[in-house]
Design a protein around this ligand. Sequence first.
Ligand SMILES: [Zn+2]
Length: 313
Amino acid sequence: MAVIVDAHYHLMQREWFPEPLWETLASHLGVHVSGDRGQKLTAQEFATKYFPTLWDPEGELLFRKMDALGINTTVMLVDDFGLALGEAAVSIEGQNKAFADLARKHPTRLIACAGIDPRRKNAVTILRRCVEEWGMRGVKYHPDAGWDPNGRESYRLLERIQEWGIPVVTHTGFFFPPLHSKHAHPLLLDDVCSDFPDLKIIAAHSGRPLMWETVASMAAIHFNLHGDLAGWQTMVVRDRPRFRQILRRYIDIAGVEKILWGTDDPVYDVLIPTTQYLEAMRALPEDTSDGLRFTTAEIDAILGGNAARLFGL
Ligand SMILES: [Zn+2]
């Protein structure tokens, strides 16, 4: 069996995010819950019904799901929205430590990526501790918190990350207000790719929903740029013909080795059960009625082989 890696996951606990983040998630996801799961929900209804299902600080729900679906390894990403939305109840250092501790307990099953806003005065110190002392194996960027991935503060961190030889996973595409999606435009990574040729860069969400062509075009010319499919499951499951066309184009433009499967769970599991997402991915080679062909080797690479190589599993 080929290895399956979820390259994009968020372990969640209420105290790890600023309250305004929960508010924007509830109001937007309430609207997006539709399709198989039925009605639109108000923010309050969504929060009451689903938030308790997301909180899983020890990873028990995560392991149950990994076992049920045959996911070998999960890449957990820490998000730092503290400067943008107000500090969470637990400090960003404490959040990173919690992820690192869990990953160290389960080194073959979990990879923890540190999250730090480069504008924090002690960003370098915290990140060094995360990687050198606590063994975190990647870094998550959320420039939509209001900073420029090309900025001086970001470059100060990227220099270190390149030296460590670990990947940076950076949000691309749109994210809910009051965050600032313009900073997550994938084109902003063009300079980063050129200025850090040895840095492994993963454009989270591949510029979803509509900027994937920019990510694919850039990945075609930048050897160090990749993209993940986190959040794509709504299209994968609900609009399979369109997804097949886009994925075929994405592979042909960027190269299959550049694309990583990921879920953005546990949040997306509420919208589209991950078991359906994984089944739909695995079924891609079987259907050729639209004239598009996917090989099992391609799908295996996307589902885990590429992430295993990038994260050094
Ligand atoms: Zn995410």
